[in-house]
Design a protein around this ligand. Structure first.
Ligand SMILES: Cc1ncc(C[n+]2csc(CCOP(=O)(O)OP(=O)(O)O)c2C)c(N)n1
Length: 328
């Protein structure tokens, strides 16, 4: 499925934006501005942006801790994301958490992420089941890491989704390490997509550093799900290019492996592909890079000046009937 020029423009902007935002946030973390942990998505841009661009506005997404690009694509503004990281009331969790955890907003179809892995999967499957029961032509998409894909809950969810032929797309971000555990130390199945056979659903393997491969596979899976064809598991092969979180210097990863994946950088690759297609406007690229820096400056300045939550709102959002105070 060839992306439209508008999809390509958004893909380019958000992949570059996610990368630049990530760079700046690492600096901000080191300056003590970011209140919680920081999970870099360096190297995952083509997956989070490519897969989420395959969805329609009425669909829902349940991303994980390395998918900031997907949050942006869905319409969570950089200001709100920055406010979340800075622990301010203007963030989607209302300042109750200070990283990707709690970074959701159901009004734009984003299910907030919680620390427990892979807890987003059954939530997304439940939503997909509701779509099916209500006969709504909507699709759920959720993301899971290679480590969390081996948790019991992931298997149960995939099995359930297969049995009930739910309109859901499972994106497995196989970045080869679950914290410090290499893939071969946690499963005998190097291609996680093969597990799809056990659930009776299609399983695809794509190069997770190739936007076009991710977008095409995700678009086909979304279309199949919407047409009543049930779930798809898409394994995106990639590499986690930073530590698990920013405190982790990833000394356990062989440097050759990092070098090998650096040569497959998803953004450089995308721009080369666009050049080859005659669709990269170099002047516009320069302008876009400048615009991104301006937008990031704006988001970080906004977060810096935003108030912390009022302690009186502490109980808001704990129970459904007391939700308020900006809690999504
Ligand atoms: C149920 C559960 N156990 C342990 C953790 C701690 N933990 C957070 S992320 C992580 C590794 C996850 O690996 P993976 O799913 O491969 O994603 P990655 O961080 O490598 O991208 C662990 C063990 C957790 N959040 N939830």
């Amino acid at each position: 499925m060839d992306p439209t020029p508008e999809v390509l423009r958004r893909a380019h902007y958000w992949m570059r934006f996610a990368r630049a935002f990530d760079d700046r946030c690492i600096t901000m973390y080191k300056q003590g501005k970011i209140a919680g942990g920081y999970f870099s998505q360096l190297g995952h841009e083509a997956i989070s942006v490519g897969a989420s661009l395959a969805l329609g506005s009425a669909d829902i997404i349940a991303p994980m801790h390395r998918d900031v690009g997907a949050y942006f694509v869905r319409g969570l503004t950089p200001r709100r994301v920055a406010a979340q990281y800075y622990g301010r009331a203007a963030g989607p969790s209302g300042g109750r958490d200070a990283n990707m955890h709690g970074l959701g907003d159901l009004s734009i179809g984003i299910v907030g992420f919680v620390s427990h892995l892979p807890q987003s999967l059954p939530v997304a499957a439940g939503i997909a089941h509701a779509f099916k029961l209500k006969r709504e032509p909507r699709v759920a998409m959720t993301f899971v890491g290679d480590g969390s894909a081996s948790e019991g809950l992931a298997h149960e969810t995939l099995n359930w989704a297969g049995v009930f032929q739910l309109p859901i797309v499972f994106i497995v971000e196989n970045n080869q390490y679950a914290y410090s555990t290499p893939l071969a130390r946690q499963t005998r199945v190097p291609d996680l997509a093969r597990r799809a056979d056990g659930y009776g659903i299609p399983g695809l393997i794509v190069d997770g550093n190739d936007f076009f491969a991710v977008f095409t596979a995700a678009s086909e899976a979304v279309e199949r799900a919407r047409a009543g064809g049930g779930p798809t598991l898409i394994e995106c092969k990639t590499m986690r290019m930073r530590g698990h979180a920013i405190h982790d210097n990833m000394a356990y990863v062989p440097p050759e492996l990092i070098a090998e994946w650096q040569a497959r950088d998803p953004i450089i690759r995308f721009e080369e592909q666009m050049r080859a297609r005659g669709q990269l406007d170099e002047g516009a690229l320069e302008e876009m890079i400048g615009q991104i820096e301006t937008d990031i400056d704006d988001a970080l300045a906004f977060a810096d000046q935003a108030p912390y939550p009022d302690p009186a709102t502490l109980r808001f959002g704990v129970y459904a009937d007391s939700a308020g105070g900006g809690v999504a």
